[in-house]
Design a protein around this ligand. Sequence first.
Ligand code: AHR
Length: 497
Amino acid sequence: MKKATIFIDKHFILGDIDKRIYGSFIEHLGRAVYEGIYQPDSPLSDEQGFRKDVLGLIKTLNVPTVRYPGGSFVSGYNWEDGIGPKNERPEKVDLAWGVIESNQFGLNEFIDWCKKAETEPMMAINLGTRGIDEAKNIVEYANLTCNSFYANLRKKHGYEKAHDIKLWCLGNEMDGPWQIGHKTASEYGRLASEAGRVMKMVDPSIELVACGSSGLDMETFGEWEDTVLSEAYDQADYISLHQYYGNRDNNTADFLANTVAMDKFISSVIAICDAVKAKKRKQKQINLSFDEWNVWYHSNDADTKVERWSKVPHQLEDIYNFEDALLVAGMLITMLRHSDRVKIACMAQLVNVIAPIMTSAFGAWKQTIYFPYEMISNYGRGKVLNTVVKTPVYESKHGDAPYLDAIFIFNEEKDELVLFAVNKDLEEVIEIDCDLRQFEGYQVSNHQILRHDDVKAVNTFDNPANVAPVKGSAAISEGRLSVKLADKSFHMIVISR
Ligand code: AHR
């Protein structure tokens, strides 16, 4: 058995958690929109065609913001195709995913859906094939109430009140050679700065996310952030990070050690933001929007067989296993550890497409990764305590990786301390010890464990709880929390007065 010690002090606060760190993402891709959140011909849908079972699961996840409409899709998208009478909307080729887009769901449907899903929109604009004018028009359509062409058009479409969309992405993955309208860092930086300036002229209350790198392994990483921020520092409020991991070599220990790489990615981007801030002698700080993150690789082969120009095909339908859920828990813990700078994050994506929620014609079900997301989103609210973890480490392809990932949250509103912890050791128990004498009178009120003997175990429509949390029995004795964390397991321990 291994041993680890966790040290916290209630006065040592790392940062406030911005609830938007538990955001997600819906792209016009595969069955995310159609058959995912919107299926007018299904008995499971409401009068607007929104799947009620899916809305229920999303509300349980407690998702504060949803990024839309892409993704790579947005870089070839005309938002005007998705507004107005549905029978007049054009069917178009979607070059990003090689399919036909019907445009039956668009901006207004998304806003209506957000209200029902109890979430806020995070809207991306097309800076691939379009530019400043389109950026101006969409903000005018969405947010203005004055007597102007686009504001009046929205009213004509039945939306008298402005949508008041507060958070906007200046394009998507513009550093990626696969992206429609891919640009060099200086080309993109100039465009983002001018489009962003005009968008804020239309509505000064909005916040903007500039595109950062599509992964730590991008050749242009670092240089890209530096150049883009040097151009668009005054307009951007956030810089984005995107990262997906896969276990292609079937090495679970290395796969789980991706949290080390993610940590490095975040720290490096923070360093670049602050270097540009220093060079420009600015007061303003740029924060991070990790607006695409997840595991993505299971569906890669199947996706090579998708029929070109088909409608609503099964695309990117990864079926997640237990080790994926462990990594997802570790990724969320890693972002919480940087909650002073990571203010927005979006699990990519939300339904059917690399998603925690899957649908069939008969209902919706939870993938393995649903559970760590649900637990951390619901209980990881408040302040992150500076959590010092003394843990054994193992060698991995990313360098030394801790066997134990852990973070303590203090929720002042509920007077609750919450520990999230992953034991990445595939064979051995880790006994953790934490001195909690500062929290006199607090006891464990809820201990949930996510564990399975088989790291490859999955959930299915017929067996949706094969991998699901069970109750644990952690307790505090004489002011110390001492718990044995089983090999390969994720824990949530809620401690309240
Ligand atoms: O989420 C799937 C795709 O991954 C997105 O469209 C793109 O932004 C990224 O490459």
